[in-house]
Design a protein around this ligand. Structure first.
Ligand code: DC
Length: 228
């Protein structure tokens, strides 16, 4: 068994392909973005972050010691659902409120330390597909397969728009979503601790012009080559 690390920009389809591969080959799937989103939801609910992104770092740091960020398997789909202290929060963490505040929370070193340690432990037995921003560089620098996924900001904003529309989110504005995608790209790539960057030994997969099936097949081919 191997470790598959999938990194890339927001809304570039990482999770879709990571989930697909994990199911196809019977590996565990971990969406690390969901973990940062869950911490963000916790911070919002408890007043540690304001709508204009002012953060009470001291308060959040202390409170996080007693917070459990994890996953539960959906009995029907068998896919992991994000949990905050045992409560399934999958729907809450995907909305615009959390999306708008997650990057500054994910830039906090104490948040990254907590979640990175947890992610490393999840991969101890290998047989895992993990997606995020720093998986191939910081969480599993030893991963046998590293993929860096990308697509243009416009293509990604369009996909995100359709995804939110499908989920029934109202009052969607494409320009606002594009701005959110670009802002997140900037913060994720410029933060001090473990910024988004391509690992030297990662394979780049630009899926701007690929269908989901085409990208899945490419990923499977890479997996077959690396799994030994
Ligand atoms: O993949 P996503 O859009 O759900 O990620 C949400 C945010 O979390 C994104 O702004 C970057 C951050 N993130 C991170 O910093 N490190 C990771 N390994 C995963 C996500």
């Amino acid at each position: 068994m191997i470790i598959v690390a999938i990194d890339g920009h927001s809304s570039c389809g990482k999770s879709t392909m990571a989930k697909w591969l994990a199911r196809k080959v019977g590996y565990i799937y971990v969406d690390t973005g969901a973990m940062y989103r869950t911490v963000t939801l916790f911070a919002i609910r408890n007043g540690f972050i304001t709508p204009d992104a002012r953060i009470d770092e001291e308060g959040l740091k202390k409170a996080l010691n007693d917070v459990e960020i994890g996953f539960q398997l959906d009995p029907n789909t068998k896919l992991p659902l994000a949990c905050l202290n045992g409560e399934v929060v999958e729907k809450e963490i995907r909305g615009m409120e959390v999306s708008g505040l997650v990057s500054p929370i994910a830039a906090l070193p104490f948040v990254r330390e907590k979640l990175t340690a947890q992610q490393k432990a999840m991969g101890e037995k290998k047989g895992i597909v993990m997606d995020g921003r720093d998986i191939g560089t910081a969480v599993f620098p030893q991963a046998e397969l590293k993929v860096f996924v990308t697509a243009s900001a416009e293509v990604r904003a369009k996909r995100r728009f359709l995804e939110l529309q499908e989920k029934g989110e109202k009052n969607l504005n494409y320009d606002e979503i594009l701005k959110n995608v670009q802002e997140r790209d900037y913060i994720d790539s410029h933060r001090e601790m473990n910024p988004l960057r391509q690992a030297e030994d990662a394979v780049v997969l630009d899926n701007s012009n690929l269908t989901i099936d085409e990208q899945n097949q490419l990923l499977l081919k890479m997996f077959e080559e690396r799994k030994g």
